[in-house]
Design a binder for this molecule. Structure first.
Ligand code: KIV
Ligand code: ZN
Length: 525
């Protein structure tokens, strides 16, 4: 392909909308703001901050991101309903650059079985909605949901109609992850050749990964003229997920000789952003995940190692530093100073302000007292927790556990509140984790239901830290908590207490830190 100097692929990130909509990926407002800041630092062009009409919580988070995050365009999704459009418009109003993204399904299956609307009615609804959105905002995107299963001719008619109504970007989604690269490229070529005003707008692609082809399909669309790719960090999203941002961006960069086009993404921020999203969603990245997986740059086979020692290009098509992964897993210990720590944090691609760095360094010193060697994973785990600027009000002062194969597990806990209150309780349980959770609940007078408990090792070795993620139900709402410690019972207790602190903070400040119910998007779309 020939490259034009102004030609590039716009990266539209929908981690906070399509990604967040996936089961288990819901985020609190503070978490969304953290992710949005990381997306800004990554230099994405558009952040789809949410679906403002889905719930008051979604409205609030789109509004907060619109007013706080400067740089990228901030976008809200809306169905082709006046109410949705009004809410989307109000939510993105404070943004430096705003966009309203309206959608309606166009495929025969959706027309007949979901919408029960005729072809002409759908075009009319789409046109009215784009016009209405344009009254609020110059930048309007239209999506033809389930486009990949829509008749080519009808899709071209819809696209021409919404261009005339004022849409600037037209998105062609493979909503159900059904298409294949050659077929999808054909669809984009057809639109390029059969929609009279196609050159006035940006054609966009949005793929789901049900058959594992979301990235390949998105790239095929780019070769056929798409100039916006909608994607998510780590590929999180509905069902099997969305097109993964890091994979599509690195494919364009690594194979620029083939695609002849790039993006504005600062690829050195890919790895830290991936870690942040994994940490806040509790959706961990598989070791063998392309680009950001732990093994993505690990060479185990002797013959590969031999080649690598001679010249890294023998087996490495991307440099780890290009994606923000530092090559050496340098070990720090209790004698490492603030300067070495600061350097390592920067090498790992994280930027902390002075206050955050000081807090992270205190946590590092505390951990170094318990653990001989600290690896990159340990430092990352510290950094992930340091962004939480309003910890507490409760913290664990003491946790005593007694457990064995022939005895009932018991736990004694002492909690302290920021206002000076203390609470001591003990409990027994089927295992040490249950005993600790019960004792904590008694201290604060809560009765919660543990729905999910996941533990993973942050690094390797006998003294590796364990990271526990819990999902807990309380008063009909779902909350997630995270804890990291060299002792997994303590990590679990910290995760459980994080949930309690979220509930308490919500009561005290009136802000919503719930994890929204997993099916909220599915229910509305
Ligand atoms: O997958 C899809 O079709 C969507 C649209 C709302 C863009 O997410
Ligand atoms: Zn989608």
């Amino acid at each position: 392909m020939n490259k034009r100097s102004d030609d590039r692929v716009i990266i539209f990130d929908t981690t906070l909308r399509d990604g967040e909509q996936a089961p288990g990926c819901s985020m609190t407002l503070r978490e969304k703001l953290r992710v949005a800041s990381a997306l800004r630092d990554l230099n994405v062009d558009v952040i789809e901050a949410g679906f403002a009409a889905a719930s008051p919580g979604d409205f609030e988070s789109v509004q907060a991101i619109a007013s706080e995050i400067k740089g990228p365009t901030i976008c809200s999704l809306a169905r082709c309903h006046p109410d949705d459009i009004a809410k989307a418009a109000a939510a993105v109003k404070g943004a430096e650059k705003s966009r309203i993204h309206v959608f309606v399904a166009t495929s025969e299956i959706h027309r007949n079985l979901k919408l029960q609307m005729a072809k002409e009615e759908i075009i009319r609804r789409a046109v009215e909605s784009v016009r209405l959105a344009r009254e609020h905002c110059d930048d309007v995107e239209f999506s033809a949901e389930d486009a990949s299963r829509t008749e080519f001719g009808y899709l071209a008619e819809v696209v021409q109609a919404v261009i005339e109504a004022g849409a600037r970007t037209i998105n062609i989604p493979d909503t159900v992850g059904y298409t294949v690269p050659a077929e999808f490229a054909e669809m984009f070529s057809y639109l390029k050749n059969n929609v009279p005003d196609v050159d006035k707008i940006v054609l966009s692609v949005h793929c789901h990964d049900d058959l594992g082809m979301a990235v390949a399909n998105s790239l095929a669309a780019v070769t056929a003229g798409a100039r916006q790719v909608e994607c998510t960090i780590n590929g999180i999203g509905e069902r099997a997920g969305n097109c993964s941002l890091e994979e599509v961006v690195m494919a364009l960069k690594t194979r620029e000789n083939f695609f002849g086009i790039g993006t504005n993404i600062d690829t050195t921020r890919l790895y830290p952003t991936s870690r942040l999203v994994a940490s806040v969603t509790g959706m961990h990245v598989p070791r063998n995940k392309a680009v950001v997986g732990e093994n993505a740059f690990a060479h185990e086979a002797g013959i590969h190692q031999h080649g690598m020692l001679k010249d890294a290009s023998t087996y490495e098509i991307m440099k780890p530093e290009d994606v923000g992964l530092s090559r050496s897993n340098l070990v720090l210990g209790k004698h490492s100073g603030r300067h070495a720590f600061r350097e390592r944090v920067a090498q790992l691609g994280f930027s902390l302000d002075d206050e955050e760095l000081n807090r992270a360094f205190d946590d590092f010193k505390e951990l170094a007292d318990r653990k001989k060697e600290l690896f990159d994973g340990d430092i990352e785990a510290i950094i992930m927790n340091v962004g939480d600027t309003t910890p507490g009000p409760w913290h664990i002062e003491e946790l005593l556990i007694s457990a064995g194969s022939a005895s009932i597990a018991s736990a004694a806990v002492k909690l302290c509140h920021a206002d000076g209150r203390q609470a001591n309780e003990a409990a027994v349980g089927d295992g040490p984790v249950e005993a600790a959770f019960k004792a904590i609940e008694r201290c604060v007078g809560f009765n919660m239901k543990l729905r999910n408990f996941e533990v993973r090792s942050v690094t390797m070795g006998e003294d590796a830290q364990g990271e526990v993620t819990v999902t807990v139900e309380y008063n009909g709402h779902s909350y997630r908590g995270n804890g990291v410690s060299t002792d997994i019972v303590e990590a679990g207790a910290l995760a459980y207490l994080e949930v309690i602190n979220r509930v308490v903070r919500r009561r005290e400040s009136g802000t919503d830190e719930r994890v929204a119910p997993d099916d909220k998007g599915a229910a509305v779309i």
